[in-house]
Write a protein that binds this ligand. Structure first.
Ligand code: ATP
Ligand code: MG
Length: 451
């Protein structure tokens, strides 16, 4: 077996360009910290390169999204970033989409575009392959880069032009089955965001000409959010469905969705102060960041693109569809907005780029070096993720960088402690420190971090 050492890295060998100064262009904390912590670099307006540390976070977010989608019965596929204009003409959106769409022509002068979303392409795939109601329900998703030429790209990865999105598409025989598909995604979203340490609130969103109540935006509360939101305080204490939630139990899913939509929660477009049913002392009026959006739109695309199956009686049925997005790259910024202090990010264990940082206070000191090598090897061999700051730098510089990067655990090794057989173990969240033996430090990290 080839050993993958990418989970245990030495700072001197790791591409991690941290910045001491606050970049002038960054207006909000997550953007500043992602630049300062060497997570991303701007390539051009609203377009970012993900450096090694940032990519680790992005991949963890993506994996949580994937696991919860799979658990809810969605199937992963991968559609291309470049699409043909033809299918967008068929749906009637080619002209409607306007300047947000990046239009390209190839060497044969064929009109192409960089996909801003995938309803057309996935519906075309469905229409070409699925013939019978027996093959339903189907929910297909992919996690892929999108491009939208936003008027005002800003806030780093939170409103980019190129961004990474999970988008799922459900296909059902009738609207009732469509609601089941919707409920599955609703519940999966609650679990997905909770696993990232986020308190998310599903807010009723505009359904436009489609009508009905099946459109929800999932927002987290944050001062820097672009949306103004209004919701009942009860949302802050609602219970998130457990890991074992049964996606086959349709009545159970409907109950969860009913509970989570029973209180008032809307963004400003849907808010009418005069009609708001929540008493002032129970109302949260705040700002929020949209991290996901689910939407049932019936036959809007299936009709135009010929997505029909033979129903139980042999009749032709146009399938009912919904789409379900999560802003994977936006989440990296959103999580920082939700979890940070002045010194830097405070990553929840589940999405932290590494579980532990190892700080050698006196590089070159035999005892310190040996103790660090020992801790590093033990964490690595136990399959834990560790970043060892082995630079020949002042303690203050190393501390500041570790806090900025925001790993859940820090193990600080210095000559004085070692004489007494101890190292310092620090929790980034809350800042608690204790002097413990190396064995105790290792066992605490290993016990409390998920492997
Ligand atoms: P917004 O109102 O923020 O523009 P949207 O309604 O256009 O979002 P959707 O089309 O529903 O967004 O996309 C699904 C998810 O993708 C959003 O909930 C959001 O998390 C993310 N997203 C949308 N636009 C961007 C962007 N420009 N940069 C980063 N993430 C984005
Ligand atoms: Mg948008």
């Amino acid at each position: 077996m080839i050993r993958d050492n990418s989970n245990a890295v030495r700072r001197t060998r790791y591409f991690l360009p941290t910045l001491k100064e606050t970049p002038a262009e960054a207006q909000i904390v997550s953007h500043r910290m992602m630049l300062r912590a060497g997570m991303v670099r701007q390539a051009s307006a609203g377009i970012y390169s993900w450096l090694p540390l940032g990519l680790r976070v992005l991949k963890k977010i993506e994996q949580i999204v994937r696991e919860e989608q799979n658990r809810a019965g969605a199937q992963e596929m991968l559609m291309p970033t470049i699409q043909s204009a033809d299918i967008w003409r068929q749906s009637g959106r080619y002209d409607d989409y306007g300047k947000e769409m990046l239009r390209i022509s190839d060497r044969h002068e064929r009109e192409m575009l960089y996909g801003p979303t995938n309803e057309e392409l996935v519906t075309q795939i469905f229409a070409g392959e699925v013939r019978s109601y027996r093959d339903l329900p189907i929910n297909l998703y992919h996690i892929q880069w999108k491009f939208r030429d936003e008027v005002r790209p800003r806030f780093g990865v939170m409103r980019g032009r190129e961004f990474y999105m999970k988008d799922a598409y459900s296909f059902d025989l009738d609207a009732e089955a469509g609601r089941v598909a919707y409920n599955k995604m609703f519940v999966a979203y609650l679990r997905t965001f909770a696993r990232m340490g986020l308190k998310v609130i599903p807010m009723r969103a505009d359904t436009g000409p489609i009508g009905g109540d099946m459109s929800h935006e999932f927002l987290i509360l944050a001062e820097t959010g672009e949306s103004e939101v209004f919701c009942h305080k009860a949302y802050l204490d609602m219970e998130v469905p457990a890991e074992g939630v049964d996606y086959g139990d349709h009545a159970g899913l409907a109950d969860i969705v009913r509970r989570w939509t029973s209180e008032y929660a809307v963004t400003d477009e849907m808010h009418d102060p005069a009609a708001c049913p929540v008493p002032a002392d129970k109302l949260i009026a705040a700002r929020g960041i949209e991290v996901g959006h689910i939407f049932f739109f019936g036959t809007k695309y299936s009709e135009k693109m010929g997505a029909r199956v033979a129903g139980p009686g042999g009749e032709e049925v146009t399938v009912e569809m919904g789409s379900y997005g999560i802003g994977v790259s936006r989440l990296a910024g959103a999580i920082i907005e939700a979890c940070h202090d002045e010194a830097g990010a405070i990553w929840p264990e589940s999405v932290a780029p590494f579980q532990a940082g190892l700080v050698n206070l006196r590089q070159g000191d035999d005892a310190c070096d040996a103790a660090c090598e020992d801790i590093f090897a033990k964490l690595r061999d136990a399959g834990r993720e560790v970043l060892y700051d082995d630079r020949d730098e002042r303690a203050g510089v190393k501390f500041a960088d570790m806090d900025l990067i925001g790993l859940p655990w820090q193990v600080v090794v210095g000559p004085r402690g070692l004489k007494n057989g101890v190292v310092e173990l620090k929790r980034r969240a809350g800042g608690a420190r204790e002097e413990v033996s190396i064995e105790s430090a290792l066992s605490q990290i290993m016990d409390r971090s998920a492997s």
